[in-house]
Design a protein around this ligand. Structure first.
Ligand code: PRT
Ligand code: MG
Length: 219
């Protein structure tokens, strides 16, 4: 017997991440009859029981959600398209756009700062996506991988531009930066482990169907 606490082999495990995704995903889960018994924003538990005895929630880092789902540590997961595009593996299904935690992935920089350098320096957490984007424009960008506070990079001369998520634009504005190009629109997606789609087919497809209905009929 392993030390797994409140998890059984037959459980349906759904991976979510703290923050925006949890905030937007919980109302959807509630509408399909899955409610955590503890408040996930406050609880220190990493595996949460729900109102459905056979359904557990995992609360993990946003960037770890596709990993858990690909390897079957979670049957389903909710992750931003930004995270999925950046994730190396793609061995999971992505059946549904949940339309939550919306924002845009954008190129931003200091206004009036020239971008004609042959090899512009781009600071970002989204190294892979940024590289693909500039390559598609025929530019050989030098990608500087950062883990946060991208907005600082142009201010201190670390980079010519940043690639980051923009929602209201307030963060850019507060740092004197302007949005310049949209790379793509972002929202959160439901992803599903491939084996679970077969072995737990009835329950997994019931959840996909219920979520699809809820997403198509806003509250
Ligand atoms: O914080 P942690 O490192 O654990 O993970 P995380 O930062 O990935 O989690 P979280 O909760 O911050 O974001 C999870 C997901 O929410 C992302 O993967 C996106 O899919 C989605 N999302 C939607 C956003 C935003 N909107 C958003 N605005 N994620 C981040 N931001 C940040 C952005 O990076 C920038 O710093 O908010 C700032 C800009 O917001 P505005 O409103 O000032 O433009
Ligand atoms: Mg964050």
């Amino acid at each position: 017997m392993t030390a797994t606490v409140n998890r059984n082999a037959g459980d349906l495990v759904i991976a979510l991440s703290k923050g925006r995704i949890l905030e937007d995903a919980l109302p959807l889960m509630t509408r399909i009859g899955i409610e955590p018994l503890d408040d996930p924003a406050k609880s220190r538990k990493l595996v949460l029981d729900t109102s459905r005895e056979d359904v557990k929630l995992l609360v993990i880092r946003a960037t770890d959600v596709p990993t858990y789902v690909e390897y079957g540590a979670a049957d389903l997961g909710v992750a931003g398209k930004d995270v999925l595009m950046e994730y190396e593996g793609h061995d999971y299904y992505e059946p549904l756009d949940l339309g939550i935690a919306r924002c845009r992935l954008m190129v931003a920089g200091l206004p009036g700062q020239d971008f004609s350098r042959r090899r512009p320096r781009i600071a970002t957490k989204y190294a892979r996506t940024a590289r693909d984007y500039f390559e598609s424009l025929g530019m050989q960008a030098e990608i500087i991988k950062l883990y946060g506070s991208m907005e600082l990079a142009p201010l201190v001369g670390l980079a010519d531009r940043i690639v980051d998520l923009v929602d209201t634009g307030n963060t850019l504005k507060a740092n004197g930066l302007v949005a310049m190009e949209t790379i793509c629109e972002i929202s959160s997606r439901l992803i599903v482990n491939k084996a679970a789609m077969k072995t737990k087919h009835a329950r997994v497809s019931e959840i996909i169907g219920a979520l699809r209905e809820v997403v198509e009929q806003p509250a």
